[in-house]
Write a protein that binds this ligand. Structure first.
Ligand code: HEM
Length: 358
């Protein structure tokens, strides 16, 4: 069982949830009792128990050091897992470099603002893990664990991640990438429609958007809300401050996604939304739309409820179209399929064999 460690005893939690649900008349009682969605066949809570028992310690200890230097990397790693899972499933395909066959997922517009450092961190973790255990752990699993540790080490809930994902052999096209990652200009209707195709409901949409409690966004992701005219759902003072950061629609600056506690994984993102201080249309409209507004409010007043729902939705997201069993492969390098590497080494082997024969 994955358990969100939020510090409350379960009976206190249940009564808190009941009270908040009664007060807010929210949708949320449905799956309150269940903190873990069903596991996809092939994934398990103990997948590397014998083949790589130190896996999670290696990753957590390394990330503690990385975040001590720059906590911003936590946001980069959380977003990387989301972008991996939404396009072609959580198969590490977002990690692949482009090849002669064409540009990779990485090169598609929504992925250009993924942090270059996040890709380096995943490959570094992979090297450390493979050094300890051999090539048994997938890049997709390492990305899922790194996302969890990013949440926890930023102040969010700790939770167990089902493991056993395999790495995909190829990346998605630019078109598929664009079609699967919603734009920040999306309204709630567009988000609900888009995420419903992945079996994610309104509570999942609001909970997952809470990932925006950490990290940054570029001006170009939200200046359509400032120029030529100001979005009426945006707080006026907030807008005037954003205009200082982004004096033109195309300024290459960044700003925090959560103005209250930009580096802490907490529920302040929802408080921002209630104060009309959401950065993207896709954020702010969750409070404007009457279908999602009660969910936003319930998370703003109850961080424990948010953490619980976030974990549940992350576990759903983290199992989207995963490869398991004998599907895919365990990459030796997260940026390239093994065929690219083994082709070169098999030529070397052949040459060695040839010279030995003579
Ligand atoms: C629901 C639809 C979503 C949209 C439209 C969206 C859009 C965006 C955009 C436009 C950025 C900023 C890119 C830039 O300008 O540099 C961003 C950043 C971010 N997103 Fe989302 N996102 C969504 C869902 C999610 C989810 C599900 C998560 C994780 C659970 C997430 C986590 C993040 C994080 C942590 C950042 C900051 C990254 C950094 O600082 O490097 N987002 N998102």
């Amino acid at each position: 069982m994955a358990r969100a460690s939020t510090g409350s005893s379960s009976s206190a939690l249940v009564s808190k949830l009941l009270i908040s649900s009664l007060l807010l008349g929210c949708y949320c009682l449905v799956s309150e009792a269940q903190t873990t969605p069903p596991l996809v066949k092939g994934l398990s809570w103990t997948f590397y128990k014998t083949s790589c028992p130190k896996l999670e310690n290696i990753i957590r200890n390394r990330l503690k050091k990385v975040f001590k230097k720059d906590i911003g990397q936590a946001a980069g790693l959380l977003r990387l897992h989301f972008h991996d899972c939404f396009v072609q499933g959580c198969d590490g395909s977002v990690l692949l470099d482009g090849s002669a066959s064409g540009p990779s997922e990485k090169d598609a517009p929504p992925n250009l603002s993924l942090r270059a450092e996040a890709f380096r961190i995943i490959n570094d973790l992979r090297a450390r893990v493979h050094k300890e255990c051999g090539r048994v752990v997938s890049c997709a699993d390492i990305t899922a664990i790194a996302a969890r540790d990013s949440v926890f080490l930023s102040g969010g809930p700790n939770y167990r991640v089902p493991l056993g994902r395999r790495d995909g052999l190829s990346f998605a096209t630019r078109e598929a990438t664009l079609a699967n990652l919603p734009a920040p200009s999306s309204n709630t209707s567009a988000l609900l429609t888009s995420l419903a195709t992945k079996n994610l409901d309104a509570t999942d949409v609001v909970a997952l958007s809470g990932g925006h409690t950490i990290g940054i966004g570029h001006c170009t992701s939200f200046t359509s809300r400032l120029y030529p005219s100001q979005d009426s759902t945006m707080n006026k003072y907030f807008a005037s401050q954003l205009k200082l950061t982004c004096p033109t629609a195309t300024t290459d600056n960044t700003t925090n996604l959560d103005i209250r506690t930009p580096n802490v994984f907490d529920n302040k993102y929802y408080v921002d939304l209630m104060n009309r201080q959401g950065l993207f249309t896709s954020d702010q409209d969750l409070y404007t739309d009457k279908r999602t507004r009660p969910i936003v409010t319930s998370f703003a007043v109850n961080q424990t409820l948010f953490f619980e729902k976030f974990v549940y939705s992350m576990l759903k997201m983290g199992q989207l179209s995963v490869l398991t069993g004998t599907q895919g492969e365990i990459r030796a390098n997260c940026s390239a399929p093994n065929s690219a590497t083994t082709y070169l080494s098999s030529i070397a082997d052949e040459e060695e064999g040839t010279s030995a024969a003579f």
